[in-house]
Design a protein around this ligand. Structure first.
Ligand SMILES: Nc1nc2c(ncn2[C@@H]2O[C@H](COP(=O)(O)OP(=O)(O)O)[C@@H](O)[C@H]2O)c(=O)[nH]1
Ligand SMILES: [Mg+2]
Length: 387
């Protein structure tokens, strides 16, 4: 079992083969075990105490028992506990051989997240997990702000404000956190946007235009797209899974009907639906148009076959010429992220935090101050267990 007193080793470079691998060793015995295994280039041992920042070239490993590899040793920290980095060759077997030699001397070999989280509070470990999985720079920046304590700090401040009787300040801050829970829930998981409409209106063409490459097959034959074809895109730095669907119509073709059923299911579970019609042929405004959708009139590069004003508020685009796509993207972003966090702003970034924030905000709105205080305290206790 890993404890505060354990000495840990983790490979910081990705799994698999590379030119160089970096092993981090930290703990009370990091220096003594490394000293046992390391010989400087001229053949002698390392000094008894590590010097912070010192870089030493030498050989790591017991040649008699397994083998040794040429390595660069860096002392990242000497006090209060030694923390070293060993840069060795990056072959899988070299890394395994060195890990085994450290393990044989009582060092715990752990995956890098375990190494990183050893001396960190749970809320920071949770933020780190989000940071690692964040698919865009924008979501990573938000996760990094939380890693630096933005959310934990605000909850602590809310507790202090509550104790000072400043209910209004707490309510204001909780309402804001509540508004940002949607962002917090999508820092690693993309928003799901579905493109739906009748066959041949240009759904696949728009999907490809937004993706920037030919992800879906485009053809003048109605019923070409049979399955739900998803594409990972980012709009304004927000991760989105765009789902291109089979055209909605009743079909005698069993395969096409299965695709239509899947399209309906994708629409039902989507964060946002775009309902597309063809501006150049009479639209079939069939049933099944989802509420809260964005209507899109496509093929505006062709002459209008009907009065587009009868579809007020619809975005007008041409998937072929890209006309109107920038405006459409902005509308999608505005719908998905009506409120974006400011730099360094607190965002609830784990599901239990989002749930807690929603419950506290609801209790405050319902003037159930006892419930709000209890929940706020409980949330604060998970973030600052020592208090
Ligand atoms: N002129 C024009 N043709 C388009 C546009 N978008 C799609 N098309 C054409 O319409 C046909 C059907 O397109 P597709 O994307 O496969 O439609 P889907 O069935 O809704 O996925 C293809 O021949 C496309 O080239 C557009 O904006 N302008
Ligand atoms: Mg299609």
């Amino acid at each position: 079992m890993t404890t505060d007193q354990s000495t840990l080793l983790a490979c910081l470079t990705p799994a698999g083969q590379g030119a160089i691998a970096t092993l981090a060793v930290r703990g009370p015995r990091a220096w003594s075990v490394t000293r046992e295994l390391f010989r400087r280039n001229r053949g002698d041992q390392l000094p008894e105490q590590p010097t912070p920042g010192k870089v030493t070239l030498g050989w790591l490993g017991d040649r008699a028992a397994g083998g040794a590899d040429q390595a660069v040793l860096l002392v990242k920290q000497a006090e209060p506990i030694p923390w070293l980095e060993l840069h060795c060759h990056g072959g899988v077997e070299v890394v395994r051989m060195l890990q085994e030699q450290f393990a044989a001397r009582g060092v715990d070999v752990v995956p890098w997240p375990g190494f990183e989280s050893q001396h960190r509070p749970a809320w920071q470990v949770a933020a780190q997990e989000v940071l690692v999985d964040a698919p865009t720079v924008r979501t990573a920046a938000i996760a990094l702000d939380q890693w630096h304590g933005a959310f934990a700090k605000v909850i602590g401040e809310c507790c202090a404000a509550w104790q000072n009787g400043d209910r209004a300040a707490v309510k204001r801050r909780l309402e804001r956190l509540h508004a940002l829970a949607g962002v917090g829930r999508h820092l690693t998981r993309p928003w799901r946007v579905v493109l739906a409409g009748a066959p041949n209106v240009g759904k696949s063409s728009l999907s490809n235009a937004l993706a920037g490459y030919a992800r879906s097959v485009v053809a003048p034959t109605p019923g070409t797209t049979r399955d739900v074809v998803t594409t990972a895109i980012a709009l304004d730095g927000w991760p989105i899974e765009l789902a291109d669907t089979a055209g909605l119509r009743t079909s005698g073709d069993v395969l096409e009907q299965a695709g239509v059923d899947r399209a309906a299911a994708a629409m039902a579970s989507a964060d946002l639906c775009m309902w597309m019609v063809d501006g150049s042929t009479q639209p079939s405004f069939g049933d099944g148009q989802p509420d809260g959708r964005i209507d899109v009139i496509n093929k505006i590069d062709l002459p209008a076959a009907w009065d587009w004003d009868t579809m007020p508020g619809a975005a007008r685009v041409s998937a072929k010429t890209s006309t109107g796509l920038a405006e459409l993207c902005q509308r999608i972003v505005n719908r998905l992220v009506p409120e974006a966090p400011a730099p360094a702003e607190a965002v609830p970034y784990a599901e239990d935090m989002c749930v807690a924030v929603e419950a506290i905000a609801a209790a405050l709105r319902n003037h159930d101050d006892g419930d709000a205080a209890a929940r706020l305290q409980a949330l604060d206790a998970t973030l600052h267990p020592q208090c």
